[in-house]
Design a protein around this ligand. Structure first.
Ligand SMILES: NC(=O)c1ccc[n+]([C@@H]2O[C@H](COP(=O)([O-])OP(=O)(O)OC[C@H]3O[C@@H](n4cnc5c(N)ncnc54)[C@H](OP(=O)(O)O)[C@@H]3O)[C@@H](O)[C@H]2O)c1
Length: 221
């Protein structure tokens, strides 16, 4: 499988790339700094330099042409304020989806968020803005004819992966490791019968491959 990842140098993106490359899949991705490209190249991953904000859908299409699937796991990461959130978390997935349409790629996995994440806390205005932007990106993607899957992880941590999750159409927001989110994304990529569906995922008791395959055929055909 050939997979292109936007957000490949990030916490989840790096782990998705490593898992795929380790299993012999061909991996590419978008990075903003040449040091990141060199680091990925050393691991057999073909990173392309560019900035999602300034690339046009047509330019992005040329970068992803030839890949079987694309993953969006980029995020403003609390830097740059509302405008950057709008450009990355809000408009980024739509731009990538448009590029995929131009390049003839159907499969797209979007890493999003639980809409009710941290409702029990008093979060600041920027966090609320981020949540709205993430939802807008989901709305835009589900209206496309891409063969999309949206994965909503609960709060991310860097603890070692467990290989186990609690995954389904609606889950209670808790925490999950980036390792387990990456493994879930890879499993979704490997199971094309899981499509046009929003999956919420948090830490849990079920082996990841089993949890993902249980969702096969439940999305809109
Ligand atoms: N943190 C949480 O608890 C949480 C919970 C649920 C969902 N999420 C979502 O899960 C996803 C993955 O999270 P993560 O922790 O892996 O994120 P991360 O480590 O912050 O990685 C995000 C990546 O996006 C890249 N990026 C940002 N702006 C870009 C641009 N203009 N052009 C190209 N690349 C750009 C960054 O590139 P640089 O390396 O150049 O900065 C970075 O590598 C994100 O979409 C996040 O919103 C997070």
């Amino acid at each position: 499988m050939r997979v292109f990842i936007v957000g490949i140098a990030g916490g989840v993106g790096r782990r998705v790339a490593t898992r795929l490359a380790t299993h012999g899949d061909q991996v590419g991705g978008l990075v903003r700094r040449s040091a990141q490209a060199a680091d990925l190249a050393a691991r057999g991953i073909n990173a392309t330099l560019g900035d999602l904000v300034t690339l046009s859908p047509e330019e992005l299409a040329e970068m992803i042409r030839g890949y079987d699937a694309i993953v969006f796991t980029a995020g403003a990461g609390g830097e740059g304020g509302p405008e950057t959130i709008d450009q990355i978390d809000g408009a980024g997935p739509g731009k990538l989806s448009k590029a995929a349409g131009i390049a003839g790629i159907t499969r797209m996995v979007l890493v999003s968020v639980f809409p009710e994440a941290w409702r029990e806390r008093r979060m600041d205005e920027e966090f609320e803005h981020y949540m709205v932007a993430k939802k807008q990106a989901e709305v835009e993607l589900v209206l496309t004819d891409r063969d999309w899957v949206i994965v909503r992880p609960s709060a991310l941590n860097d603890a070692p992966g467990t290989g186990l999750v609690d995954l389904g159409l609606a889950k209670v927001h808790e925490e999950i490791t980036r390792d387990d989110v990456a493994a879930t994304v890879v499993e979704v990529l490997r199971q094309p019968d899981v499509n046009r569906i929003i999956l919420e995922v948090t830490a849990g008791p079920t082996p990841i491959a089993e949890a993902v395959s249980a969702m096969a055929g439940t999305g809109r055909p």
